[in-house]
Design a protein around this ligand. Structure first.
Ligand code: E4P
Length: 222
């Protein structure tokens, strides 16, 4: 079970790295729009902040040739170990195959169907990224799809890992892991929700009050 930060906000990434045991960072063009910054300086700064942790960056071209050129420009900037996120359609499969032949790391993204995941796995993708909440919005059984993908990858010894994206609540995260996902990627806000609530705050506060009633300002480390 690994967690990844789905964000391009440098301050949020820095804060997330201090709290959570994260595998890395994922971005997409929609996430980048929130930052309103030039692309290359932004990904350079994120790479500096995360060091050698995994970094997944999406291409935007519509042809294999464009996406391969984008992959070259991205990795020239932030390193060849960066995962190139490629949408999983026919042109994307061609791109995944080409990028793998050239030694790139690849994350197949925009996955709504088990069949996409399987085709991306066969093409050699390192990761597939099913979109949990977007699947739910389309009436697709996300948890079952993830479970089926995980079981097929295992049964056929594909090295492809599942990183579930588009997660909107803790239950979706837990269902992803229960279904065999290797990793999930979501916002720092959702990770916070997973461990912070009024109930937890109240409980921790009560322990502090009880300690102080007994020992006043004395600290354990004194
Ligand atoms: C990962 O980077 C995915 O693109 C992202 O999680 C999609 O999330 P959304 O459905 O909230 O846009």
């Amino acid at each position: 079970m690994k967690i990844v930060l789905d964000s391009a906000n440098v301050e949020k990434i820095k804060a997330g790295l201090e709290i959570y045991q994260v595998l890395g960072v994922t971005t997409n063009p929609t996430i980048l729009t929130k930052e309103k910054r030039d692309f290359f300086p932004l990904i350079t700064e994120i790479r500096e902040v995360i060091g050698d942790k995994d970094f997944h960056i999406q291409v935007t071209g519509s042809t294999c040739e464009e996406m391969v050129r984008e992959a070259g420009a991205i990795t020239a900037c932030v390193g060849k170990e960066t995962f190139i996120k490629v949408p999983t359609n026919e042109e994307g499969l061609k791109t995944i195959k080409t990028l793998k032949e050239k030694g790139y790391k690849v994350t197949a993204t925009a996955i709504y169907q088990v069949s996409q995941g399987v085709m991306a796995g066969i093409a050699g993708a390192d990761y597939v990224a099913p979109y949990y909440n977007r699947m739910c919005n389309e009436g697709i059984a996300a948890a079952d799809s993830i479970r089926q993908m995980a079981s097929l990858f295992k049964e056929h010894n594909l090295g492809t890992k599942i990183i579930v994206a588009s997660l909107k609540n803790a239950d979706q995260v837990l269902q992803s892991f229960a279904g065999g996902a290797y990793a999930v990627t979501t916002t720092p806000e959702l990770y916070r929700e997973m461990v912070e609530s009024a109930l937890i705050t109240e409980t921790v506060g009560r322990f502090k009050e009880d300690w102080e009633a007994l020992y006043g300002n004395k600290r354990i480390y004194e």
